[in-house]
Structure formats: C-alpha cells, structure tokens
Design a protein around this ligand. Sequence first.
Ligand code: GCU
Length: 420
Amino acid sequence: MARILFSLALIILVVHLVNAQTPEPVFNYDEAKVGTYTLPDPLIDAKGKPVKTRADWANRRKELIQLFAENVYGQTPKQAVKLRFQTTAVDSSALNGLAIRKQVSIFFIDYPKLPSIDVLIYLPKNNRASAAFLGLNFCGNHCVTTDATIPLSTRWMANTGEATITNQATGKARGMQARRWPVETIVKRGYALVTAYYGDIEPDHPKGWQGHIRSVLGDTTQPDNWGAIGAWAWGMSRILDYLQTEPKIDTKRIMSIGHSRIGKAALWAGAQDERFAAVISNESGEGGAALSRRWYGETVERINTSFPHWFCVRYKTYNKHVVDLPIDQHELLALIAPRPLYVASASDDQWSDPKGEFLGAMHTEPVYKLYGKTALGTTTFPTVNQPVGQTVRYHDRTGKHDVTDYDWEQYLRFADELVR
Ligand code: GCU
C-alpha cells in the first residue's frame, strides 16, 4: 500500500513539474481553443457615440489611426522630411524591349548620413501614365529579377545560407525571389512595378533602427514611439512622394502591396496615406489582417516576443490582455475604406490564421456600407482557391506561406476591375 501511495505521489509530482516547466503556449492551432471574443465596433467612437455618416467616419478614422499609433505601431512622425531624388540608371528596352527600367535613389537632405532608399521601377511602354503596384522586397532589388545589371545591394541582410554571408548579399542572391515578382506579366498587363529593399528603410533586427530613420525621428523614450513596421510604412509613403513626380505613373492609381511582415507595413501605409488607391495584403497575419482577439496561429504575445522591434513598446502590455486593446485589426482594414482592399491567405499558412484574416476583412462591411459599397458581401469562409468579395476581396489559396502566380493573377484582376 505504502508503495502504491509513494508511486502515486511520485507521478503527481512529475506531472506537476512537467506542467510547471511547460511555458504557457503563445500560439494555438486548435479551433476549439479560439475562445469567444467581442470585437470593438468601428462605428462606435471612443466616447460611445455611434458613427452614422461619412463626416462622422472622417473623425472616427482619425481617432482609429491615433489608437493604432498609440497602442500598436507607434506614432508616425508628422514632420515633412526634405527629399532629393536621383535617377541612377534608365534602360529604355528592359525585359527584351517590353519595359522601361528606372533606378532612383531617395536621399534625405537634412540627414545625409542615412542610407538612401534605392527604388527599382519597371514601366510599361505606354503612351499614357500607368497604374502601379508599390511593394517593398525582402532581399534587395537584385533578388526580384535575374537582371545582372541591377547592383547587388550592400546593405545589411539577414543570413540565408549561400545567398547572404556575414549579412551581405552574394551573387547567389540574384533573382532569388524573382518567382514572387512576375515583372513581365505585370508590365504586359499594363501596370508598373515599383519596389525597394525594406532594409534600406530599416534593417530587420532589434538594433536595425540605429543609423536609420528611427534614429533621427521619433522619441525612443515613449511607449508609443514608432516601431520597424511604422518605419517601413513611412518609407513606402516616401517612395510614393517620388512617384508623384514621375510622369509615366498615374499617381491616382498606385496600390500598396506586401507579403507577410511587409504586408503588415503595406496595410499600415495604406491606412495612414490615402494617396494609396488600393491595398493588397498577402498573408500579413498577426498585426496585419488577422484578428488579434482570435486566439489562433501567431498571437500578440508571440509576435512581440519574437520580433520586439516591429511594434511600439505599449503593444507588449497587451501580450496577456489582448481583450483590453481598444482596437482590433478589422478596424485597420476598415481604414482603407472606401478604397479597394485585397486580403489573401494560404491554407498551409495557419500561422497567419486564414480564418482570422477572412473575419478581419468581413468586419469592414459596415464601414464600406457608409459609402454605399459592398465589401466582402459574404459571411461564409470560402473554399480554397475561390476568391470572394466586391470592393474588399479575399482568397485562401492552397499551399504555403508565399506569393505565387495564383496570388498575382487575382491581384491583377482586382486592379483591372477596381483600380483602372
Ligand atoms: C514570421 C512572423 C510573422 C511574419 C512572418 C514573415 O513568421 O511570425 O508575423 O508575418 O514571419 O514576415 O514572413
């Protein structure tokens, strides 16, 4: 008997120790554990007043931007920064004569030590100005095309085996992500493609802000000082500033596009800067299109732990209290209204929470309605590879976390139908 009791006590002790050592899970793949939640209503303002008209929404819009700045991405500095644009190369018969390729560097006149943002542009050979996709890239302009005349970026890169050694790109990086940027197809369809390396604005690591824009603008002592996502979004707006001066671009039809962490930045850029005519979020997930209150895939706590530099310091205070956030991500998406918005997921990318992204898009409906527009127009999560929606569109592609030809085909159709 004593033996049995002893064994039992031992088992209880072991179970207890194992439990005590298992860290609280900061992500979840079990739909049954998502829990219940109540989303903040985009059409009720902070004082509890209903938002009924477009004029009311204009005020609520400002309030929401402020709430996202205070609690999630940090404040984007408001001061105008003097820019100098320098065209460094033009090839008028790029892509076998299909396109004009331009490279332009954006310098900061008052901050000469900051690195330039080096922009790569493919323009269709049209007689008229073209609509454009503007999106940052993950690994330097040299990796979006196999074109060997694009200079290899010398900026800091995350190490990825042979293509980047000691944080420097090697020749092996050329064209590494060309598959994600079907330049020829885009240009043939009449659109320009504008891209720059996101690390030109801020290298993606906790100390990346040093020597970059966040070292000269903002206030690092404040809990709502901007994070890296805020800086990338700001950089997209500076590229947009340049595009205003480019006669071959139709400045009223420039779309903000981004994948994953850059998708989060593309959304925040489009939310703040209404010069973006439309926004495309490709698998932006947590801190992007996915609802934060839905406890599925990556969570607020997990993203703040893995990527402490992406958001403002105050965002971390919500790690274990997501319900206290005064906003949720459907309201970020609603800030794009009445402009067209595309939210895309991939079925093997559960980390980004496809359902949470769909619900984010779905809950923009009342805001688009204020403008007499239908957003998604459905509350049913679609089967894979079945794009749905009207002014707001959504698809859940089969396959993994990536940008594929399938995704681009939908974005081009979306642009043809809604941005032209
Ligand atoms: C990580 C991160 C995501 C992010 C992704 C990416 O998976 O957790 O939030 O979207 O990287 O940028 O590829």
